[in-house]
Design a protein around this ligand. Sequence first.
Ligand SMILES: [Zn+2]
Length: 423
Amino acid sequence: MYGLIEELYPICRSITGDGLRSTLRRIQQEIPIEIREVPTGTPVFDWTVPREWNIRDAYIKNAAGERVVDFRRSNLHVVNYSVPIRGRMPLAELKPHLHTLPDRPDWIPYRTSYYKEAWGFCLSQRQLDALPDGEYEVMIDSSLEDGNLSYGEYLLPGEYRDEILISCHSCHPSLCNDNLSGIAVAVHLARELADQPHRYSYRFLFIPGTIGAITWLSLNEDAIARIKHGLVLAGVGDPGRFCYKKSRRGDAEIDRAAIHVLEKSAHPFEIAEFSPYGYDERQYCSPGINLPVGRFSRTPHGTFPEYHTSADNLDFVRPEALAQSFAICRKILGLLENNQTYQNQNPKCEPQLGKRGLYRAIGGQADAGAREMAMLWVLNLSYGNHSLLDIAERSKLDFDAIEFAARTLRDHELLKECKQAAA
Ligand SMILES: [Zn+2]
């Protein structure tokens, strides 16, 4: 995952254009995504697919002709979606177009102007302070033309037509935690799931933030009903504690699954209530869509100083943090896969577990063992209306222990699976 981030880091991505496209092509080498192209001008709900932005070079040159701000050194130096400009101007005239972070004087901010035609440069406060008054040559060799909005989509079929959606934004230039970490974890989840039996179908989306989710939802309204659970993955590579943000519904199975897995993990975490701000959960959880989609992150966006700056770089994202995020996601998906509802085949009083070798032979201890407790809970609540997650929550036992007990009881014909999902 870290290796993929290293490869994608230098690319100048945006919500449209060749940087996004080459990112999708690199993902295609890992998993068989379809790259979709939606033409400029396509109406998507209340929005319109914008013109396509591409950039080749940009700089500010001083009187000696030296590049004092150089796009080739960092693609963050140009305000993303800047219109082309070529000219000479005094520093005073240039300054309104320059963006810095005075309290982080070595970092370059990340700024965008997608929906308002503008141009600008981002630089460190130290770079700005070093610029003497005088004339500067300004050049942004970009284009904003009719083209396409690109996104990547991979549908991994399972036993059920019901789907789990995994969505991540893929539109930020050289920023690691914000966009690349989600891409890396999603790609590797897709690879692992493709190699293993799974009941659900999985739909992976690699889309530009906001406009990409709006575009996908607008063009795929008939597919929305098949999405039973979903996760937006963003900011999963920093070493901070986990944060799961609930779906708008607040009590969806994905919400409960994520909370259960985090509670039973050894990692610090927080649970955030839904709010209509953040990443693409905003679109998936808009009232007319209202999908059970939560957001899985580590330190939430906007709450770490590196957010949207050049310090969200290859040092900020750690391989071990990615690995932990991957493992938690895998567990959440595993829980959804195994969250069956069973029917007790012997509901009148407890079945005699001892004669089946399922209960310890020596009685008299004060407590039943953990394994026995899990079986007793499963037998007691499996009456066609409690899923294994319901039972895990009520018993406060780990889902894995409940699931193991259910499998054991099923193998002894004491439980029968109730069919729920549409095959
Ligand atoms: Zn961002």
